[in-house]
Design a protein around this ligand. Structure first.
Ligand code: UFG
Length: 368
């Protein structure tokens, strides 16, 4: 058979399969968590439709996702705040559910520009929920509304003890965290008013690492605020040294303790959450963490061990708003979803470093 005819058949087969695969709307699908979740969804036979305005992501992600998964990407470029647009997207793709990741996430920026965060995160959630209400309620051919929401361990504020279970009191220490808390409360009210909603709230701890292909990874705008991308940029020479924020916390070595979770495990969490909502129809809230806390100096050591790169650091003042310790009790996610994190801190370091090496300037580096 001539090659062209064969390619033609393959293309039509793909169209048929992709048409049949159940669709999911993935807001913020071009971002760090969204892109890894996209790959996991496709691997699970689900066709994600990305809705993204590329405000904090790079359009090159789309080609990388096609490269990893071997098929074109369904993309709706636009803003989640644009409710008529979201409604139109929902009507055209008729997704079985929505995974809502779009939003702003820089804690420091949220302190300086709180209104930006209230508008983008809370406004974005209201716009999406109202669009979903218009399309899925009253319950019709499309089924009951189904939503997986990206919340954060930040809704625990400064926890009284660790590990943290989902029943801990909620709080916030900055406007970004406040937006996550308000959205969770909005979702509680929506569920109470309309029991048809199926809502899975995922409270992420500290995502780190990258896809093993090093084609996608974390690419923050400007100087990284988070530990792992800061570390990799020090290791590659873009930044002179790591500033360790505080050496006098009541922790074993005096530095802050967090629950770092491999981005691949976190992405898996979205697929199992979706499946559980579809299977049981029961809403839930779960922590997605490993249950292990590592200090900043533990992470530096793991990074040096995994990569062989020296990481100069200096201990400086505490960063305002930081808590001493924050790590999960992840047992509810295991019991409810059968999910648990598998990757080690060393794997997070090795994968983050591979991504940084192959993409020294992030996605702006060009083809990997
Ligand atoms: N840290 C440093 N130097 C840096 C960056 C971070 O010492 O340059 C320390 C922090 O003080 C903290 C730890 O590394 O002890 C982790 O800090 P990150 O900024 O990477 O992460 P946070 O725990 O502060 O915050 C993250 C996300 C938030 C989320 C929160 C939930 O950035 O979006 O986890 O706990 F809400």
């Amino acid at each position: 058979m001539p090659l062209v005819a064969f390619a033609h058949i393959l293309f039509h087969l793909y169209k048929k399969v992709s048409h049949q695969a159940p669709r999911i709307l993935l807001t913020g699908g071009a971002g760090y968590i969204g892109s890894h979740t996209f790959v996991k969804l496709r691997e699970a036979g689900i066709e994600p439709v990305i809705l993204d305005n590329f405000a904090n992501s790079h359009p090159a992600v789309v080609d990388r996702l096609a490269q990893i998964t071997g098929a074109p990407v369904l993309l709706e470029r636009g803003d989640v705040l644009d409710q008529p647009f979201v409604e139109d997207v929902l009507r055209r793709h008729a997704p079985a559910g929505v995974i809502h990741l779009a939003g702003d996430k820089a804690v420091g920026e949220s302190v300086a520009q709180p209104l930006k965060y209230f508008r983008s995160n809370i406004g974005g959630a209201i716009s999406l929920l109202q669009a979903m209400e218009a399309v899925y309620l009253p319950v019709g051919a499309l089924g009951a509304p189904l939503l997986v929401f990206s919340s954060s361990a930040t809704v625990y504020g400064d926890p009284a003890t660790v590990p943290i279970t989902e029943d801990f009191p909620r709080g916030h220490t900055d406007p970004y965290g406040h937006t996550k808390l308000v959205i969770e409360e909005m979702l509680d009210a929506v569920r109470a008013a309309q029991p048809a909603w199926r809502i899975g709230v995922l409270r992420y701890f500290n995502p780190a690492g990258a896809h093993p292909s090093a084609l996608i990874g974390e690419d923050p705008n400007g100087t990284p605020a988070n530990l792992m991308p800061y570390l990799t940029q020090v290791a590659i020479g873009r930044l002179p040294h790591l500033r360790v924020f505080g050496g006098d916390y009541p922790t074993p070595d005096g530095t802050g303790v967090r629950d770092y979770i491999h981005i691949q495990d976190l992405a898996d969490g979205h697929v199992v959450a979706l499946r559980a909502l579809q299977r049981t129809g029961e809403s839930f809230t779960v922590n997605l963490g490993t249950g292990r806390g590592y200090s900043v100096l533990d992470v530096v050591k793991a990074f040096v061990d995994a990569t062989g790169r020296p990481v100069p650091y200096r201990i400086v003042d505490r960063r305002p708003g930081d808590v001493a310790q924050c790590y999960a009790d992840p047992s509810r996610a295991k019991a409810l979803l059968g999910w648990e994190a598998r990757h080690t801190l060393e794997q997070m370091c090795a994968d983050a470093w591979r991504w940084q090496q192959r993409n020294p300037q992030g996605y702006a580096t060009g083809a990997a």
